[in-house]
Design a protein around this ligand. Structure first.
Ligand SMILES: [Zn+2]
Length: 265
């Protein structure tokens, strides 16, 4: 289960660092990368910041989190030989992630969540959930699954500047993706400014994806597409976060609000 911190309960410390992560996401946007940014903070000090570089490096694993992990291990290499199998087995201070919080604009994907657990991150704060690929509870709770024995679980909480993180993705997916195999015209798309509550599932009770209704269905239901998509969509899933693991694809948005507004589809 994904945990969200209500806005009223979010600390200024967490918000301060999330603003830094958002700046990195904006940097990714400017570089035509899927706009996800991250910063790593160790004992109140920023030790790394990174953004997606999947397009630049033609490598789908180059997510912001993995970019930063590689950098941190290069400047704070653990001395204990057991680090890869038991990240906290060394003396205090040996593992650079043991007292480190990751701030990332979108919930880490399953790949990154696993890597973060392997290196023994202490805590993850994210902006918007990632219902397609999220590894902190939206899809798979990699951060806390007791089946994983070699690395301790870590705390993961979301909801920090969530709407800002989503809007960056929505703006990105309104642009033409020059890296897409078959670039689609986005001329008719409208920037959505309405948000579902965090954690509302876009999946049906059996886990199936809820399909966008046809034009005929919308007419029959008086354009009330919310009633024909009972699960709604959540967080970044309707804004393009689903394409993070494959930055070369531009998946169609699934947010019901867009379906209502976008009469030309
Ligand atoms: Zn990732």
């Amino acid at each position: 289960m994904t945990k969200y911190v209500p806005v009223a309960e979010q600390s200024e410390e967490d918000l301060k660092w999330m603003r830094e992560a958002l700046a990195m996401a904006q940097d990714a946007f400017s570089a035509a990368e899927v706009p996800v940014g991250s910063v790593f903070v160790r004992n109140g000090e920023l030790i790394a910041k990174a953004r997606n570089r999947t397009n630049e490096l033609m490598n789908a694993t180059r997510h912001a989190e993995l970019e930063a992990i590689d950098y941190i291990l290069s400047i704070f290499p653990p001395k204990t030989e057991n680090f890869p199998l038991s990240p906290h087995s060394g003396p205090p201070g040996d593992n650079p992630f043991a007292e480190t919080t990751l701030y990332v604009t979108i919930e880490p994907c399953i790949m990154c969540a696993s890597a973060l657990r392997q290196v023994g991150i202490k805590r993850v704060c994210f902006g918007a959930g990632n219902e397609r690929f999220g590894g902190n509870g939206s899809v798979v709770p990699v951060h806390s699954d007791p089946m994983l024995k070699n690395a301790p679980p870590y705390e993961a909480v979301g909801g920090f500047y969530r709407e800002d993180a989503i809007m960056l993705l929505r703006r990105f997916y309104l642009t033409e993706n020059v890296y897409a195999p078959n670039p689609r015209s986005k001329a008719k798309r409208v920037l959505k400014t309405v948000f579902q509550p965090p954690g509302v599932s876009m999946h049906g009770p059996n886990g199936q994806n809820l399909k966008k209704p046809s034009s005929r269905q919308r007419i029959r239901s008086g354009n009330n597409t919310r009633s024909s998509t009972p699960g709604g969509t959540s967080d970044a899933s309707g804004s393009g976060a689903e394409a993070m693991s494959s930055s070369t694809s531009a998946l169609p948005p699934k947010h019901p609000v867009e379906i209502i507004k976008n009469a030309g589809d």
